[in-house]
Design a binder for this molecule. Structure first.
Ligand code: BGC
Length: 735
């Protein structure tokens, strides 16, 4: 087995501190030679050639090569394979100026080998796991001639009605930064650059409805939604995708504050901004532009550099420049940015090796990459319930009934945004269980309905199969097509008739192990009492079936944690653990922050996840209790494995700034440590947070740390109970 993740304790707090928004520019140093070459090239370009660099086309089987020969595209998304890329790249090099094309594709969780969907990667709480998936993606795609991924999506979201939560890092600011940085670095290690999308605020869509407007006050934008973008840019991402949504009334495609004032001005970003798919023409539907020409002028003048799909830039932009509606200086700036990125990625490098179609094929779905995908998938699965240690099935009963179409559906294992993924690469969970239990248990199977469970016709047969077994493994949840873009939901229970199915299965009296494959946190309030154990996955990818079998059978142990709170009822969303205090904190009395008909707390909190063993935390010790701005807050805690199996604990440190000039969240994740312990073993781990990272933004957009007492909570979830206080005696100087 490939052991890319060594079972050592790793103090994530010892990783370089993750930068926060507002305090540091993000552009790498400029290379004077490159800048001079760009200026010289720009001087030779016609207006049409310049605008060509500002257009990203989309490949389709009827792709028209004249777009390349006429220099009217600068980038191409979605070419299918290495020979196609090699031939289009060669055509581009034969044009008058020979400017190389940039090749890109959506690949947010893999190329041919699919890793778990990003929310599952975030559930590992481990940057090594996240980076390993990104690197594996990049190795396969870069070998085909791809330069850039249209990802990661780093949109933070607290609303599981929004289907795209599964494409991102979840609800937490610290985890979103860690995810962005690890993905960008992992992609780069494998040979691909990253696009950070969707800038910014898309995850706050009103009522969780796809493409809806977002209203985000400036301090919340800076404290919550921007830090992941800043972290990803600091890690080297050269491209940013503007979000579809209107932010505070102005679509980001044409939002000067977001694109120019903040991203390029305040942060000093010197790469380029691409639109989302055809979003320039959507400025008309947004009610911002009356005509396509108005839309183009608004977007470019606001700071959008490249249009993806729609073809409005090549068609209309030259005339808008000639009419004086878009300044030539803006065009030159946009083209300079595109050419700078092409230079930085080595596209102009004459010694760059040519694409080798044989090597490209050999790089796909290698045994090593598949093994990494399997290990990453194991690390993405959250154990939510395990009554009486029902799992793992180390002594499996004689008859096991597997119920649910998803157990035998490769698409549901793989998940949405399948890139170059192939169904035939997928070991199905059902087959894995059958093969690996052969000779020990008889495995029967019933698919009572399709994977969305739109009919009850097959329920009787499934119930009979369950009744004839000793244990039911029910594989339910959301089919892949109910997840990701354009899949907002108002109901968050198991879809359609699945809950009814579980009720009938439970009535057989057989114990039920529920495996959920889903694209978002769901409401399990009714489900919970019916089942003995729950393993939760967010589309586990190509090797997900093998990984789930590993976990069910005890050949690996779950260690992932919830990257989003699981609500008790839809009425609680948006929900996140890092709420601000209330003047009337939640309590039993009427006039407190509560619901009449439901508890205020989530069913399962952020950071929660069981293992096959149990951990105790004790002896929390503050290393130094009076701190200055340049210091690091450090606490030590002893973690003990008090169960009977080896396991991995994710030790989490949360902080609360008790008194500040603005109400601060009751808890905020600020550091993690990952510890592997044998039964009976204990270890002291130290978690640390630079005092500078305790900052928040003031009304002027400054990132400040205020002196005062900070309460630290340490434990295995956001409900951690051990606590201690430290005092910051020196904060950010006043301006
Ligand atoms: C999505 C983007 C994606 C683009 C290109 C859009 O619909 O919002 O995330 O990169 O399509 O496929």
């Amino acid at each position: 087995m490939v052991r890319f993740l060594r079972p050592l304790s790793l103090l994530l707090a010892l990783l370089p501190a993750i930068a926060g928004a507002g305090e540091a520019p993000v552009a790498p140093p400029r290379d004077a030679r490159i800048e001079a070459e760009i200026a010289a090239l720009l001087a030779r370009m016609t207006l049409e050639e310049k605008v060509g660099q500002m257009y990203m086309g989309g490949w389709s089987p009827d792709f028209d090569l004249s777009e390349v020969t006429s220099s009217s595209i600068g980038a191409l998304s979605g070419p299918p394979d290495a020979p196609t890329i090699a031939s289009i790249a060669a055509t581009a090099r034969r044009t008058r100026l020979g400017i190389p094309l940039l090749f890109t594709q959506d690949m947010i969780h893999g190329y041919r080998t699919l890793f778990p969907m990003p929310l599952g990667l975030a559930a590992s709480f481990d940057p090594r796991v996240i980076a390993a998936a990104a690197e594996g993606t990049a190795r396969e795609a870069a070998a085909q001639g791809m330069h850039l991924a249209l990802g990661p999506m780093v949109d933070l979201s607290r609303d599981p009605r929004w289907g795209r939560v599964v494409e991102g890092p979840g609800e937490d600011v610290f985890l979103s930064r860690l995810f962005a940085e690890a993905t960008v670095r992992g992609l780069a290690k494998g040979g691909l650059a990253a696009t950070l999308k969707h800038f910014v605020g898309y995850g706050a869509a009103e009522a969780g409805r796809e493409y809806a407007a977002t209203w985000i006050p400036d301090v919340q934008l800076r404290d919550v939604y921007l830090p992941a973008f800043h972290a990803g840019l600091s890690a080297g991402a050269p491209m940013v995708m503007a979000a579809f949504n209107a932010l505070n009334g102005i679509p980001v495609t044409a939002n000067r504050f977001a694109l120019t004032t903040l991203l390029k001005g305040e942060w000093g970003f010197d790469g380029f901004v691409v639109s989302d798919w055809d979003s320039v023409s959507e400025l008309k539907a947004h009610g911002l532009a009356a005509t396509d020409s108005d839309a183009v002028a608004l977007a470019v003048n606001a700071g959008l550099d490249v249009e993806m799909a729609g073809r409005l830039f090549p068609r209309l932009l030259p005339d808008l420049v000639r009419a004086g509606r878009v300044p030539m200086a803006r065009i030159d700036d946009a083209v300079t940015r595109v050419l700078r990125v092409k230079h930085r990625l080595g596209l102009f490098d004459a010694t760059r090796p040519a694409i080798d179609p044989a090597a490209a094929t050999a790089a796909l779905a290698t045994p090593a990459t598949r093994e990494i995908a399997r290990e990453v998938a194991r690390r993405s699965v959250v154990l939510l319930k395990n009554d009486a240690d029902r799992l793992p099935l180390v002594a499996p009963p004689p008859r096991i009934a597997v119920i649910g179409a998803a157990a035998a559906d490769a698409g549901d294992h793989m998940g949405a945004w399948g890139a170059a993924g192939r169904r035939e690469d997928v070991p199905l969970l059902l087959d894995q269980l059958r093969d690996r239990l052969a000779g020990r248990s008889e495995v029967t199977f019933s698919a009572p309905c399709d994977d969305a469970c739109r009919s009850t016709d097959g329920f009787d047969a499934a119930v009979a199969t369950a009744a004839a077994s000793d244990l039911v493994i029910a594989v339910l949840g959301e089919p892949w097509w109910m997840t990701a873009e354009a899949t907002s939901r108002t109901r968050l229970g198991l879809p359609n008739h699945q809950e009814e199915l579980l009720t009938r299965l439970a009535a057989t009296g057989k114990p039920i192990v529920l495996v959920v494959i889903a694209g978002r946190p769901m409401v399990l309030t009714e489900t919970l009492p019916k089942v003995a154990a729950i393993l939760w996955t967010f589309s586990p990818g190509t090797m997900g079936g093998a990984a789930l079998a590993d976990l069910l059978l005890g050949e690996a142990s779950p260690s992932a944690r919830l990257p989003m709170s699981l609500p008790r009822a839809v009425g609680q969303v948006p929900i996140s653990y890092d709420q601000l205090p209330s003047g009337r904190p939640t309590g039993p009395d009427l006039l407190t922050s509560r619901y009449l008909d439901e508890e205020a707390s989530p069913l399962f909190p952020f950071g929660y996840g069981l293992t096959y063993t149990r951990f105790a935390h004790r002896d929390l010790r503050v290393v130094a209790d009076r701190l200055r701005l340049a210091d690091t807050l450090a606490v030590a805690v002893t973690v003990a494995n008090v169960g009977s199996r080896p396991g991995r604990e994710i030790v989490q440190l949360y902080v609360h700034d008790l008194v500040a000039s603005r109400s601060r969240p009751l808890r905020q994740l600020a550091a993690l440590a990952i510890v592997d312990l044998a039964p009976g073993e204990s270890r002291e781990v130290t978690l640390s947070v630079p005092v500078a990272d305790l900052a928040f933004h003031d009304d002027a957009g400054r990132r400040i740390v205020e002196p005062g007492v900070f309460r630290v909570f340490v434990g295995g979830s956001s409900d951690a109970t051990l606590s201690a206080d430290v005092t910051v005696v020196e904060g950010t100087p006043s301006p």
